[in-house]
Design a protein around this ligand. Structure first.
Ligand code: 4NP
Length: 168
């Protein structure tokens, strides 16, 4: 057993949230799973999931530009869109919002005294050159998706490193 496994009393569950759950948050879910595997930390997680504040695309797969961007970066992405529900705030330790609007919507929906910490994912950034807001790439071109990918990859690895720093 590794030092970090010994130090971690229970596995953690994290979820990512954007508006439609077809562009940014399924990409974030895929990137976090991939980074956790690469950093030998996948065993620390119980659940890694994603959802949207809206039900606009409930039942849909990820946007094809998310799929293409993940594929181009060697990251598999599989998800079916769904809307956040009250039980998610008990199921997950962390719910990571992509932007301030997601944060405000989640905080408004969060049942009182539920366990999830609702956090702006970009708050884990250690790179001042990267915007902390993962802005909506839906109406833009492929550059926006690659930009989101770079942010999400950095924030995921910084979050994983923060777990290491805390637990070891
Ligand atoms: P996401 O992007 O929140 O990153 O999944 C969007 C997808 C769809 C819409 C808006 C944002 N929409 O309005 O349909």
């Amino acid at each position: 057993m590794t030092k970090i496994e010994q130090a971690t009393e229970s596995k953690i569950s994290v979820a990512f949230c954007c508006l439609g759950n077809i562009c940014r948050s399924p990409m974030a879910e895929a990137v976090m799973k991939h980074a956790a595997k690469e950093m030998n930390m996948a065993q620390l997680f119980d659940k890694v999931d994603s959802f949207g504040t809206s039900a606009f695309h409930a039942g849909d797969g990820p946007d094809r530009r998310t799929v293409q961007t993940c594929r181009a970066n060697g990251v598999p992405v599989h998800h079916v869109s769904r809307q956040v529900k009250p039980s998610d705030f008990e199921k997950f330790d962390y719910i990571f919002a992509m932007d301030h609007e997601n944060m405000e919507d989640l905080k408004y929906m969060q049942p009182r005294n539920s366990k999830a910490k609702v956090v702006l994912f970009g708050s884990y950034s250690k790179d001042p050159k990267l915007d902390k807001i993962v802005s909506d790439p839906y109406y833009g071109g492929p550059d926006g998706f690659q930009r989101s990918f770079r942010q999400l990859d950095h924030f995921s690895r910084s979050f994983l490193q923060s777990l290491m720093d805390r637990e070891t």
